[in-house]
Design a protein around this ligand. Structure first.
Ligand SMILES: C[S@@+](CC[C@H](N)C(=O)[O-])C[C@H]1O[C@@H](n2cnc3c(N)ncnc32)[C@H](O)[C@@H]1O
Length: 297
């Protein structure tokens, strides 16, 4: 485990948050964390229980708080995901509980979820979220498009447990309940009762090609089955596109996130299928290909 420099926390002295954060940011930078200052602040906010905007004005850290903070900073320096340390991930207007064994929702997926919300706001559509994981996309749609009926499909028992808990929590908070289905999205008979009835189908599948080296946070803490999509990364996407064409009603729409190397491959699969039109590729804020959309003919 990475050791932290000594600090003046002995006795009852409190350490100002700005000083603790500056010191932690140096430790995180040395460990290769991309946004060390931001992450040092988020960990301090977590320990102090104050909003981020109030951090500079907060009381100093007590020796106990400083010990907790230092321990979390050391774990982050050892490349445990920030969200596992704080226990939650922000996703659009949601705070989702996250932890070991379940994929941590990523900010870039907010783009696909936002596209899905826009599609789901007309009328009272049937929306399906395949590979739902912790339920980020499904729960965001249920919250932001309240007239939609949302069905979330996931296979991993650990993810299903978290998804069911999150769905129950959001329903208790007043969102329309998300229906959770335990199934393999590559099953050719998936959701057979919904064939030809789905208005919006969304999917953030595992899509990283097997040989790609991923950061330590992902390699050691995200489940393999949530990340890797076979040799070319398209092992789950191919059957999902085929099944989606059976599930969508004519005029229904599909949005699928993909690897940033698949900005041509996924649209090409959609075109080659022959049952889709209006195939479009969407980029993220950094200009990287991020998700593809299409309409069922
Ligand atoms: C990249 S994660 C996405 C999770 C969530 N939708 C999100 O955006 O944060 C992919 C999810 O697909 C699930 N998964 C992988 N293969 C699957 C399959 N064949 N059937 C159902 N779920 C699958 C994994 O367990 C994981 O939760």
């Amino acid at each position: 485990m990475t050791s932290l420099p000594q600090h003046p926390s002995e006795g009852s002295e409190r350490l100002r948050p700005t000083v603790a954060v500056a010191r932690a940011a140096r430790v995180l930078a040395a460990a290769g964390i991309d946004a060390p200052r931001v992450e040092a602040e988020l960990l301090a906010v977590h320990v102090l229980g104050v909003p981020r905007g109030r951090l500079a004005l907060a009381d100093g850290l007590t020796p106990d708080q400083l010990d907790r903070y230092d321990a979390l900073v050391a774990r982050r320096a050892d490349r445990e995901p920030l969200q596992h340390l704080t226990g939650s991930a922000a996703f659009r207007h949601l705070e989702l509980a996250v932890g070991p064994g379940v994929f941590v929702p990523r900010p870039e997926t907010e783009l696909l979820a936002g596209w899905g919300v826009d599609q789901a706001r007309a009328g009272s559509p049937l929306v399906v979220d395949l590979c739902s994981g912790s339920g980020a996309i499904a729960l965001a749609v249920a919250q932001e498009a309240p007239a939609a009926r949302v069905v979330a499909v996931e296979r991993s028992p650990a993810a299903l447990a978290r998804l069911r808990r999150a769905a129950a929590d959001r329903a208790a908070a007043g969102d329309r309940p998300v229906e959770v289905v335990a199934a393999d999205v590559t099953d050719p008979g998936l959701l057979s009762d919904l064939e030809g009835r789905v208005d919006v189908l969304l999917c953030n599948p595992p899509y990283v090609p097997r040989a790609v080296e991923v950061p330590p946070e992902v390699a050691a803490h995200d489940p393999d089955e949530a990340v890797f999509g076979g040799a070319d990364g398209l092992d789950v996407i191919r059957p999902v596109l085929a099944r989606a064409a059976r599930l969508l009603r004519p005029g229904g729409v599909l949005g699928v996130e993909h690897d940033d190397t698949h900005g041509a491959a996924v649209p090409a699969l959609l075109v080659a299928d022959g049952r889709y039109e209006a195939v479009e590729e969407h980029r993220d804020l950094a200009g990287r290909p991020r998700f593809a959309t299409a309409r069922r003919r």
